[in-house]
Design a binder for this molecule. Structure first.
Ligand code: SF4
Ligand code: SF4
Length: 289
């Protein structure tokens, strides 16, 4: 089984629209949205029949006002400024609590509980392009790397269970913790870039990350015709760095028109950009094999 990850180094390059188009034309896969902080692949794929699972990770403090003696020792000890004075008993701010357990340990009245933390939900769903694994982290939660690892594991388990050939994942933006969790061990990272100086800069950073994790990588240049000089510079850089360019996709408002009526580009039209995306997918599979 192959794991293919589509990433971009930053948002707004068209990564998710391209992933959705691949999800439509590829088949034989489990689709996975690893952007757990701001998932949007489900908006295009409209998965249904979701089985919902809670994502429990770490612990947080919770003060019991009935047993608290309001000595405020916990307020003084909390290095994360997560406990506020609050009349008869102080209150923990869950967005600031780092779960260090100091307040729990030192509370003279034993008034602080330390329950497991519900950080969000993950879903096993059916989309019109195949099974889909996705999630939503609660706002402000910082366990996105762990959730990404969990989703990858569940997607692979589902693919194995159904005898499918691959997991196709829409990766998180940026190069932080979630991307690091998404990248290691993949068979191929497809990096969607655009012909701007910041696009090139982000491409170089994300390729550095791929190299660090020894993940093979290739590139798609989206909206290549918006700046042909910059596109040539990216292609030259890719050639100098032994990186295949799987496709150059033109700027095309059909992407947006398809989205407005709830379709992916390859459902919306059968020629033009769709042919280029189909060829890109063939190039990706040929490269993998
Ligand atoms: S340390 Fe314990 S008893 Fe003192 S204010 Fe905090 S919760 Fe209440
Ligand atoms: S567990 Fe740590 S971070 Fe959370 S409220 Fe207690 S002392 Fe502060």
């Amino acid at each position: 089984m192959h794991e293919i990850l589509i990433i971009s180094g930053k948002g707004g390059t068209g990564k998710t629209s391209i992933t959705a188009a691949f999800a439509h034309i590829a088949g034989n896969h489990v689709i996975c949205d690893l952007d757990v902080d701001a998932p949007d692949l489900h908006l295009l794929l409209k998965p249904e029949h979701s089985r919902v699972h809670e994502f429990i990770s770490g612990n947080e403090a919770a003060i019991n006002p009935d047993t608290c003696e309001n000595c405020l020792d916990c307020v003084d000890r909390c290095r994360f400024d997560a406990i506020d004075e609050n009349g008869r008993a102080p209150k923990v701010n869950p967005l600031k609590c780092e779960g260090c357990r100091v307040c729990v340990t030192f509370c003279p009245a034993g008034a602080i509980d330390y329950p497991e933390k519900n950080c969000g939900q993950w879903y096993l769903s059916e989309s019109r392009f195949g099974p889909m694994v996705h999630a939503q982290l609660r706002p402000g939660e910082e366990n996105s790397g762990k959730l990404v690892t969990l989703l990858r594991q569940k997607a692979k388990e589902k693919a194995t269970e159904l005898g499918l050939d691959r997991v196709l994942a829409d990766g998180p933006p940026g190069i932080g913790c979630p991307v690091i969790s998404a990248l290691g061990g993949n068979d191929l990272a497809v990096i969607v870039t655009e012909p701007t100086p910041s696009g090139s800069h982000d491409l170089e950073r994300v390729i550095g990350l791929c190299r660090h994790f020894r993940t093979p990588a290739g590139v798609i240049i989206n909206k290549f015709d918006l700046n042909l000089d910059q596109t040539r510079r990216i292609e030259l850089w890719c050639s100098e760095n032994d990186l295949p360019v799987f496709a150059r996709l033109p700027h095309d408002e059909a992407f947006t028109r398809a989205m407005v009526i709830g379709q992916v580009i390859t459902e919306y039209q059968s020629d033009g950009l769709t042919k280029t995306i189909q060829q890109a997918w063939k190039n990706i599979i040929n490269h993998l094999e």
